[in-house]
Design a protein around this ligand. Structure first.
Ligand code: KG4
Ligand code: ZN
Length: 336
């Protein structure tokens, strides 16, 4: 089964061709970072306008790189949500029209399920159920995944997402957008043992909260006039706090549910410290940890094509009156 995936939920215009849900034949991502950088964050209207300029070229490139023709495609899958509505509408409508004009089945795909699926593109067999920590610019969520059409949201952030906190702290210190990668790199320059300590926020159950931590960094900057002399120690202190909180909740949930298979996905799963510490703890505690390849942590269309292959293997269908959604309402598991 050959699937063309299309992803335009945020500031990446992406198209990919995936075979049998596992083999990436092409994965083209055109990022708009340079456009939004000067505004310190994503400007939704600019994002949508840029998607419309790029979507056909990016799709053509994905088909060319995969060495397939549109007539070889069995299914077209586009991100339906959650994300920026203007951006979603471009990829979704483009994909629908492409499918319609070539008489190919079309499906809308959940962006978050795409991220959760990204570990399967490593071509590993992962036993279900597993626990997935999804950490991105818009989400910090813990899922119990029994299958791709049966999953539960167990915890989520009550305010900022982890990636959003990275971006805001970087902005506070005068660095560009997106801040996660900048903080990751700067932290490597921090003097060992000299990291600034920030109190770890542990809200109840399996929820998260990062806005207080972000404010603590701001207070620290305001109260330490010489802060510019030790920026790596400040950002690595912040990064350590985020990593500790994320991993504490992830392992606590896996232990509570007695599940050995765990994964971390989404843009923030590219973070070096998070990956290194998660591997170390998993080894010590005997968990099987699955991480996406670095190129599949951030937004991409291979994960969309991949998850669509699994969900629609037997019955690709076209619902031509489907619309996009900005937020996805999960039923949260009570009493955990
Ligand atoms: O999954 P993603 O590409 O888009 C969303 O669906 O939100 O995630 C983007 C987020 C941004 O907040 C970015 O700063 C963060 O992922 N990010 C990182 C790293 N690389 C990207 N955060 C921490 N460390 C990184 N290396
Ligand atoms: Zn994403």
């Amino acid at each position: 089964m050959i699937v063309l995936g299309i992803e335009t939920s945020c500031d990446e215009t992406a198209a990919a061709v995936v075979k049998d849900g596992r083999q990436i034949l092409s994965n083209v991502v055109s990022t708009q970072i340079d456009i939004h950088k000067k505004y310190g964050g994503i400007v939704p209207e600019l994002a949508a306008r840029n998607h419309i300029e790029n979507i056909s070229l990016v799709t053509k490139e994905a088909l060319n790189e995969a060495k397939v023709d549109i007539s070889d495609i069995d299914l077209i899958a586009a991100t339906q949500g959650p994300g920026l509505v203007g951006s979603l509408l471009i990829g979704f409508s483009f994909a629908k029209a492409l499918a319609f004009s070539n008489q190919i089945p079309f499906v809308g795909t959940n962006h978050l399920l795409g991220h959760i699926y990204s570990i399967f593109l490593n071509d590993e067999n992962i036993d279900m159920p597993f626990i997935s920590l999804l950490v991105s610019g818009g989400h910090t969520s813990l899922f119990y995944v029994s299958s791709f059409d049966k999953y539960e949201l167990i915890g989520q952030t009550m305010d900022d997402a982890a990636g959003e906190a990275f971006d805001k702290v970087a902005k506070m210190l005068g660095f560009g957008y997106p801040g996660g990668i900048i903080i990751d790199e700067l932290s490597k320059k921090s003097k060992e043992g000299k990291e600034v300590f920030f109190t770890r926020p542990y809200p109840k159950s399996f929820d998260f909260s990062f806005s207080g931590l972000k404010t603590s960094v701001l207070r620290y900057i305001e109260q330490n006039r010489d802060y510019k002399n030790h920026i790596p120690e400040i950002v690595s202190g912040f990064q350590n706090a985020v990593v500790d909180v994320l991993l504490n909740k992830l392992f606590k949930l896996a232990e509570t549910k007695n599940i050995k298979n765990i994964s971390i996905v989404g843009g923030v799963s590219a973070n070096s410290k998070l990956r290194e510490k998660a591997k170390k703890i998993s080894k010590e505690k005997g968990f099987n940890l699955y991480l996406p390849q670095k190129s599949l942590c951030g937004d991409n269309a291979a994960m969309i094509g991949g998850v669509a292959s699994v969900l629609h293997k037997n019955e690709p269908f076209a619902l031509n009156n489907e619309d996009v959604f900005s937020r996805f309402k999960f039923k949260k598991t009570p009493n955990l």
